[in-house]
Each structure stands twice: as structure tokens, then as C-alpha cells.
Write a protein that binds this ligand. Structure first.
Ligand code: OKP
Ligand code: ZN
Length: 343
């Protein structure tokens, strides 16, 4: 399968996040993508760069004011004489007004963000737009007839909603891929999210839509990020009712529990009658992951890949999380090899 990747990912780096009471370098590091790239190259996968994407092309998924904010935020910050990474200090929580965008930069930052762990640096926009380009380009390859394509995206995307960023995500790469497949004529597209965390952004984007099914396997929101969404009783609304499916897993779930939930997810995708599949692939389900609630072994990733292939659908695999940096290349490669060998 073809790999789509952009070196522009490296422009998003240098930020810090709060972890256990201290500011530490972000877990979501450039090394992650470099190590995946090295592993897929060594395994002989053909790697190409994405086509350029305009900000306009994001508007099928994202809000125009939000996109504009992401595009200009750091330049505004520098114009005000500041340096370094941007983190908001207040958020529109319950009881505060939600409908009016503040004029000032700090207020606007909090308005468009839902967690303080997702700093914006000078190169964040370039990297996020290039990652979105990887996902859209991979979708176009599949729409043109490739059986599958892998978008090696960084930063990840599944926590980014219509008008909100967070969880290391700015633009929703997987949602943009699904939307592009719809635009290119596929009537029904399924998104299967196997990252260890619930993809609250993807869920929100397709919440009221019946043409895109969202199915997610993740650590329970009772104890795990993003905490406020991902419960089994969230099933979509309006026309989208029944087209969201959450399969939360108990903390530290291992392969047997995971595999059982995966079969349920595959069955839901199969019943939906999708013309194409987008996989949000996080390998933070690995037991050695520093921030993960699921405990799979390296030997389980090829099995996961084979089960994904068993759907026999044109498939766009989009990279999401995975923070056990030393193992990330092998774990991703395990999924891709398992997929190619088929289910
Ligand atoms: C992104 B993806 C560590 C807490 C972790 C954010 C987790 C984001 C996960 N200080 N907070 O892999 O789903
Ligand atoms: Zn994750």
C-alpha cells in the first residue's frame, strides 16, 4: 500500500504540556512520525508527498472562523511581542456563554480549544494542514481505485471537532478523508477508530449524519481521556441516530476483551454497507504506551490489521496516536503488514 507523508510535520514541535503537575515536552513528538517513516521505508513501502490543500477545502468539516484562528493565531501572538508556545488559560465551560467569539487572542484561544495539552507553535498550522493533506490525498488514491492507502499524519486529528481543537489534534484528518470520499461519489463511508482514546471530534462532526458511520473502541471515559464523551449510550442524533457506535473498554483491557469488541465493531461496519472505510489508527493501545488505557502486545497489531482487511473495503488508514516512541514503528508496521496479508 502507498504511504502519504509530509516532512512539514516537523514544524509542529517545541511545545510543552502539563503532566502530573509539571510542564514536560509534549508526548506527541516529531520523532513519532520519523520512526514510523523509517519503519515503512525499510519495509519497502512506497512513500509520496501529499498534494497541497487550501484552507477552503477544510470547510466541509471545519468552521471558517476556527480555521482562520488556527491559520493566524501564532502570527498574531508574535505580532503582540510574544514568543514560544501558546496555551489558553480559560475555557467556555458550563454556565459560561458559548456563542460569542471573544475579540482578544487569549479569549479566542480558549473559545476554540478544549484542553491545555495542545500548544500552538509557529509551525503548527503548516504541519496540521500538511497532515490533513496526507489524509485527503490518501482518500483520493483510494477513490481512484487503490485498494488501500496509509496517511502518515502528524499531528493527529480525531479529537479535533467542527470548531474546536485539543488532545494534540488541530484538524480532523480522518473526518476530512471520509468527507473527501463522500465528495468523490461514495454514498456511505465508515470511520472505525481504534485509537486508545475516544475520537470525540470525529463523533461530533458526523453526529447528525447518516452517510458516515462512526464506530470507536477506546478506554472507558469513566477514567480516561477525553473523559466527557465516548459512552455506549451516545448513538447519534436526528438523521444520524444509530450511526454512532461507542465500545468503551475497561481499563487495561487486553487482547481477548479487545478482540471481542473489535468483532462487534466490524459487524457494525459490515451491516452499514459502507463503500469505503477510514481507519483512525492509534497504536497507543500498546501496553508500553505512557498515556494509554489499553494493554495490547506487539504481536496483536498484525492480528488487528488482518481483521480490518477482512471487511474487504477500499481502506484509508490514518495515523492517530501512539506514544511508546521506541516501539511505534514496529507496531504501525505490524498493522500495515497484517492488513496487506489480509484477513
Ligand atoms: C491523543 B490521541 C498527559 C495527558 C494526556 C491528552 C491525550 C491525547 C491523546 N498529560 N492528555 O492519541 O488520541
Ligand atoms: Zn489516543
Amino acid at each position: 500500500m502507498r504511504v502519504v507523508h509530509s516532512p512539514l510535520h516537523a514544524r509542529h514541535q517545541g511545545g510543552k504540556e502539563l503532566h502530573r503537575g509539571e510542564l514536560v515536552p509534549c508526548f506527541e513528538s516529531p520523532a513519532r512520525a520519523e520512526l514510523i517513516l523509517e519503519a515503512v521505508r525499510r519495509a519497502g513501502f512506497e512513500v509520496s508527498e501529499p498534494r497541497a490543500l487550501s484552507a477552503q477545502e477544510l470547510l466541509g468539516v471545519h468552521d471558517a472562523g476556527f480555521v482562520d484562528f488556527l491559520r493566524t493565531a501564532h502570527a498574531e501572538w508574535r505580532a503582540a511581542g510574544k514568543e514560544g508556545f501558546m496555551i489558553p488559560s480559560a475555557f467556555p465551560a458550563r454556565g459560561l456563554r458559548q456563542d460569542r467569539v471573544p475579540a482578544g487572542l487569549n479569549g479566542r484561544m480558549g473559545f476554540y480549544c478544549f484542553d491545555p495539552g495542545t500548544p500552538i507553535v509557529e509551525g503548527t498550522w503548516d504541519a496540521a494542514l500538511a497532515a490533513a493533506g496526507c489524509a485527503v490525498t490518501a482518500a483520493e488514491l483510494v477513490a481512484e481505485g487503490a485498494p488501500s492507502a496509509y496517511a502518515l499524519c502528524r499531528p493527529p486529528g480525531h479529537h479535533a471537532g467542527h470548531a474546536v481543537y485539543g488532545g494534540y489534534c488541530f484538524l480532523n484528518n480522518a473526518a476530512l478523508a471520509a468527507q473527501r470520499l463522500r465528495e468523490l461519489g461514495l454514498a456511505r463511508v465508515a470511520v472505525l477508530d481504534v485509537d486508545a482514546h475516544h475520537g470525540n471530534g470525529t463523533q461530533e462532526i458526523f453526529w447528525e449524519r447518516a452517510d458516515v458511520l462512526y464506530v470507536s473502541l477506546h478506554g472507558t471515559p469513566e477514567t480516561d481521556y477525553p473523559y466527557f464523551l465516548g459512552w455506549a449510550d451516545e448513538r447519534g442524533a436526528g438523521a444520524g441516530e444509530g450511526f454512532t457506535r461507542n465500545l468503551p473498554l475497561p481499563r487495561d483491557a487486553r487482547w481477548p476483551e479487545y478482540a471481542a469488541a473489535l468483532e462487534e465493531a466490524l459487524e457494525a461496519v459490515g451491516r452499514f454497507g459502507a463503500g469505503a472505510l477510514v481507519v483512525s489508527l492509534g497504536v497507543d493501545t500498546f501496553a508500553g504506551d505512557p498515556i494509554s488505557p489499553i494493554a495490547l502486545g506487539a504481536e496483536h497489531f498484525p492480528l488487528l490489521g488482518a481483521r480490518l482487511a477482512s471487511l474487504r473495503l477500499p481502506t484509508v488508514i490514518v495515523q492517530e496516536g501512539g506514544y511508546a516512541v521506541a516501539d511505534i514503528g514496529g507496531n504501525v508496521l505490524g498493522v500495515l503488514n497484517g492488513f496487506e496479508r489480509g484477513g
